[in-house]
Write a protein that binds this ligand. Structure first.
Ligand code: UDP
Ligand code: MG
Length: 319
């Protein structure tokens, strides 16, 4: 019987875990003839009772595994931790807050059994999200796809099914600045699609501030595209050309009409424009240099504190 591992990153989610498991158990039941589902919780350094709640639930549910990270590494790293520890023949990452409705899993798994390597779950509506979040998300997808080599599908989050082959490909990518959506597209493979309406969170609250989302978007673009660097080659070229022409104009004018002293305005404007451009270009280069620095440090993407595997949630290893 094929197995499917649901990878569930959790960060301070003690209120959501039980509701999530309750929603899930009829689905596990429903699919029991086609596939065996298990759940891998990745506890991303929660400071509340999340670990305790999961351990208690695991006592009566043999299909739960818990991976505790040593601190909060962020959702992207937590997902990677889950993918590299999942044993299933397929995996499905999903949020614990039921914003990725588990009912969709049935269709995803059936498509996979029918032969699909990747099944994307596309949000057809975002009722659960504020207007500002929808607008900024749309703008991000547009900018990202204009810059990146591999476009990412609009309105598909981390809620997807990946065949083992695809999971192994994703795990081969060891980069530290991880932007999963882009990595998922980058590995390729034909993707099928199911759609759903994205509901609001059923419990707890989002741990993503706009600032965290902004950083994620920024990381995503710089990790997936070198266009921001290349732009400066063109801007630099045209500015150099314009400067050359202007220098010639000044030179010839001086030859024929002599030296004219007033020139404060044009000098200041030129200094300001070029100074500003230089700063901006340096900033862009700095963004890449900073990322090169984190890559060469070669630090692990996550650290595991403990790993508990069902049934009875007994200890498997301490590392
Ligand atoms: N999450 C995580 N680490 C973090 C932040 C979030 O593992 O640092 C988990 C969180 O517990 C949830 C999922 O990632 O299961 C999605 O988080 P959330 O619902 O807060 O994000 P949103 O749906 O608002 O994008
Ligand atoms: Mg959510």
């Amino acid at each position: 019987m094929p197995t499917v591992t649901l990878i569930v990153p959790v960060y301070n989610e003690e209120e959501s875990v039980l509701g999530f498991l309750e929603t899930l158990s009829p689905i596990i039941e429903q699919l029991s003839a086609q596939a065996r589902l298990d759940i891998l919780f990745v506890n991303d350094g929660s400071r509340d009772g999340t670990e305790r709640v999961i351990m208690t639930a695991a006592k009566t549910r043999g299909y739960i595994t818990l991976l505790n990270l040593s601190r909060n590494f962020g959702k992207e790293a937590a997902l990677f931790a889950g993918m590299s520890h999942a044993h299933g023949d397929a995996v499905i990452p999903l949020d614990v807050d039921l914003q990725d409705p588990p009912q969709i899993i049935v269709e995803m798994v059936l498509r996979w059994i029918a032969g699909a390597k990747v099944v994307n779950a596309r949000r057809s509506r975002r009722d659960g999200d504020s207007r500002l979040k929808t607008v900024t998300a749309n703008a991000f997808y547009r900018i990202f796809n204009a810059l990146a080599d591999q476009p990412i599908p609009h309105d598909v989050g981390d809620f997807r099914l990946f065949d083992r082959e695809v999971v192994d490909a994703i795990c081969q990518m060891g980069e530290r600045t991880r932007f999963n959506k882009a990595l998922f597209s980058w590995v390729g493979f034909e993707a099928e699609e199911v759609t759903f309406d994205r509901p609001a969170r059923f419990a707890g609250k989002t741990s993503w501030s706009y600032w965290k989302l902004w950083k994620l978007a920024w990381d995503g673009i710089f990790a997936s595209s070198t266009v921001p660097l290349r732009i400066w080659t063109y801007i630099g070229f045209f500015l150099a050309l314009a400067s050359l022409i202007y220098s010639l104009v000044v030179f010839i004018r001086t030859l024929f009409f002599g030296v004219d002293v007033p020139g404060y305005a044009s000098t200041v404007i030129l200094i300001l424009i070029f100074g500003g451009m230089n700063m901006f270009a340096l900033g862009i280069i700095g963004e890449y240099v900073g990322r090169i620095y984190t890559e060469v440090q070669q630090r692990p993407i996550f650290i595991v504190r403990s790993h508990h595997r069902g049934p009875q949630g007994e200890d498997e290893d301490g590392a």
